[in-house]
Design a protein around this ligand. Structure first.
Ligand SMILES: Cc1cc2nc3c(=O)[nH]c(=O)nc-3n(C[C@H](O)[C@H](O)[C@H](O)COP(=O)(O)OP(=O)(O)OC[C@H]3O[C@@H](n4cnc5c(N)ncnc54)[C@H](O)[C@@H]3O)c2cc1C
Length: 458
């Protein structure tokens, strides 16, 4: 029996679909209602809408079109991966101004999700550093979509809606971005552990007042007095006198060779691993130079680690709880999380980050406050857990991150995303027939299930 081809995001929840790949992204994009990069978004944002089983995939369109070694201005095709940028440009003293927690992403995916990193509180999202984009718009009638340039000076509405617009405003073909000059290709990293959530959050906030890169890992399976214990990491680019003379060697990688049985990652095993991680961290803290790979991309050390979740797959739930009052809202969020996950899906990985000011992207995720990201296996009951968390976030006035989402209901999304009407107005201006769509846009009610046309009035 031949099974129809399927596509999935990083959380491995599959839908019927296949990728079309070519070096000629402009031509490819003219034939598809969605473009994807390396499929590192966790949920269904890079998957085709039902009935549209083909997605343009950008990774073969990865040429660097221009780079000025004096100013660090880079112009490249949307399929260029961050791993390739780092390999070529970090030894020359240039690094992406904002990096997500994996380098296996493309420039197009970075722009469409308007990603944030450990330095959000000082550098904002990636979009802040983008100078211009070249976008293939949706077709109109029999005319293929035109190719336009947008920036802060031209088609500003399209520019803002495309930053964080999850591919729904057009196919990004080229990205022009200002890179950051770094004093050495090494990181000075420090970390300390904290016994519970309240001191951890205070330490994270204090670290962000002084350090450009901060993040906290939390043991979300510890309960009682240990609830929310974790490790706060802080870092900055090392000065040449602190760093080894040579650039770091590329990290060795191992791979998870096949899909693990779904029972392998279970609550007692992960609780034990979390406890060991916390206890093994020296109580007096750690300080020293680290490679950018180990500091920014620890999970990339294991290729296909998502296979550990087995066939059931998983989701990452990420929300931001806004200031003022983000600390109290985070404590309430953990109350709800503990109640909602006592039985059923358990939060295996939890990361908290504090966010700085809101960016220009109309649907960009971060806003001032605390962001909580949780990996949850897609076990029975996952929908109830996501519903309960979303209701808590709505009550706190926060929002969720579309690059991670796979389960949010349309009515919750409308309450979480108050900027949606403006985004939808601009989307209609550039795609009046509602041609561009994804599995996520259908699930969230932005595209009706019957086909890629707009749903009700925004
Ligand atoms: C381990 C891990 C850690 C992560 N850490 C972070 C983090 O710290 N911060 C953060 O912000 N994100 C993080 N992410 C999420 C990731 O950065 C985003 O999901 C990113 O969009 C993935 O890029 P991609 O090239 O794989 O895009 P895909 O997953 O393939 O696509 C993502 C979205 O972008 C759209 N898209 C992709 N290419 C184009 C294009 N050329 N034109 C138009 N639309 C396009 C797709 O349609 C889809 O909506 C992490 C993901 C993983 C797996």
């Amino acid at each position: 029996v031949t099974r129809p081809p399927t596509l999935s995001g990083w959380g491995r929840l599959a839908v019927p679909g296949r990728e079309l790949r070519s070096e000629d992204l402009p031509a490819l994009a003219a034939t598809a209602s969605l473009t994807r990069g390396l499929g590192r978004s966790y949920g269904d944002s890079s998957l085709p809408a039902p009935g549209h089983d083909r997605v343009a995939a950008s990774p073969l369109a990865d040429r660097i079109l221009a780079f000025d070694p004096e100013s660090g201005l880079l112009r490249a095709e949307a399929g260029l991966s961050l791993a390739e940028m780092n390999r070529l440009l970090l030894p020359r003293g240039w690094f992406t101004p904002v990096t997500p927690g994996t380098q296996l992403v493309t420039l197009g995916g970075i722009v469409a999700a308007d990603v944030h990193g450990k330095n959000h509180h000082v550098a904002g999202t990636f979009g802040r550093h983008v100078r211009s984009l070249v976008v293939r718009l949706a077709p109109r009638g029999d005319h293929p979509g035109s190719i336009v340039r947008c920036s802060r000076d031209e088609l500003l509405d399209l520019f803002r809606a495309t930053l964080g617009g999850m591919g729904l405003t057009g196919h990004v073909l080229e990205v022009e971005v200002q890179l950051e000059h770094v004093p050495s290709p090494w990181i000075w990293a420090e970390s300390d552990r904290y016994p519970a959530l309240e001191p951890l959050l205070s330490a994270l906030r204090a670290a962000s007042r002084e350090w450009p890169m901060t993040v906290a890992w939390v043991d979300a399976l510890a309960s009682g007095r240990k609830r929310g214990r974790g490790i706060v990491h802080r870092g900055r680019w090392a000065e040449p006198r602190e760093a080894p003379a040579r650039p770091p060697a590329p990290a060795r990688r191992v791979a998870v060779p096949f899909e693990a049985p779904s029972w392998l990652l279970n609550r007692p095993a992960v609780a034990l691993a979390n406890a060991l991680l916390w206890r093994r961290h020296p109580a007096r803290g750690r300080r020293g130079v680290a490679t950018p790979e180990s500091f920014f991309y620890p999970l990339d050390a294991v290729h296909y680690w998502n296979r550990l979740y087995g066939r059931r797959g998983f989701t990452q739930y990420q929300c931001v709880l806004p200031d003022p009052g983000a600390e109290e809202a985070t404590l309430r969020f953990f109350d709800v999380l503990e109640r909602a996950t006592t039985r059923g899906p358990a939060p295996f990985l939890c990361v908290i980050k504090d966010c700085g000011g809101e960016g220009e992207g109309l649907l960009s995720f971060p806003r001032p406050g605390l962001s909580v990201a949780l990996d949850l296996p897609a076990d029975p009951g996952i929908q109830d857990v996501v519903d309960a968390l979303n209701e808590t976030v709505i009550a706190a006035g926060g929002r969720i991150y579309l690059a991670k989402d796979a389960f949010t209901r349309p009515e919750h999304f409308r309450s979480l995303e108050l900027r949606l009407p403006e985004f939808e107005r601009i989307r209609r201006r550039y795609d009046p027939e509602g041609y561009l769509a994804s599995a996520q846009s259908v699930r969230l009610g932005l595209t009706p299930p019957g086909g890629p046309h707009f749903s009700e009035d925004p």
